[in-house]
Design a protein around this ligand. Sequence first.
Ligand code: 6PG
Length: 239
Amino acid sequence: MSREIRTVEDPAEAAAERIAEVVRGGGGHIALAGGSTPRRSYEQLADMGLNWNATDLWLGDERCVPPDHEHSNFRMVQEALVDRVPDENHPGAFHRIQGELGPHPGADAYEQEMRVSSLGREAPVAVFDLVLLGIGPDAHTASLFPNDPALGERERWAVGVETPGMAPLMSRVTLTLPVLNAAREVLFLISGADKADAVARAFGDAPDPSAPASLVRPERGALTVLLDEPAAARLPAAG
Ligand code: 6PG
């Protein structure tokens, strides 16, 4: 694994630029993050005039709600990015997680969708070209929460999480660690002082199940952490 931690003025913009490079370079399979931080990246990407035809979009996790719900990650990405791109430049596909099925059937359906796509060709595990992740103040990432049994999953590509450790308190579907760690590239996008503790725990030395983001260590891929100064404040290098 190669790891780079970059403190930048505008991590959302830096993330948009990196995602754009991957799209321009041939696209492939990209898993996007939910939550609020990446919205601005997606809006910027929508304004870059990119052709997304060779890119399949996926999500790293989803809340168990219908796709038009205010807490739907699919809806957020659709509104911030896909709907703003001209039809002729739309992604090859946007594979949504059917959260409305409930956590376990939703995870089964999503895993099946990955397995029948070209991601399944590299089984035993899906290999994404790029996975964008965020981090919560409790150091969760995707919907992998501290000490949750989902962290121990070794076979499945997606699992249901009945009780998330943080708001919004609704069950979830998430990609698993074997999938995150098989990706060619993982990009964390993090901003704000409320993430500083989590950042120090996630990107310090030792992997720790009470800080799930620390377990994301792509075996053959590149890990890049894009963060602003407030989020980086408690990293050892920042003093
Ligand atoms: C979700 C996420 C989650 C998110 C972090 C950070 O669906 O909630 O995918 O892992 O990335 O909680 O979220 P914020 O950007 O909203 O702080």
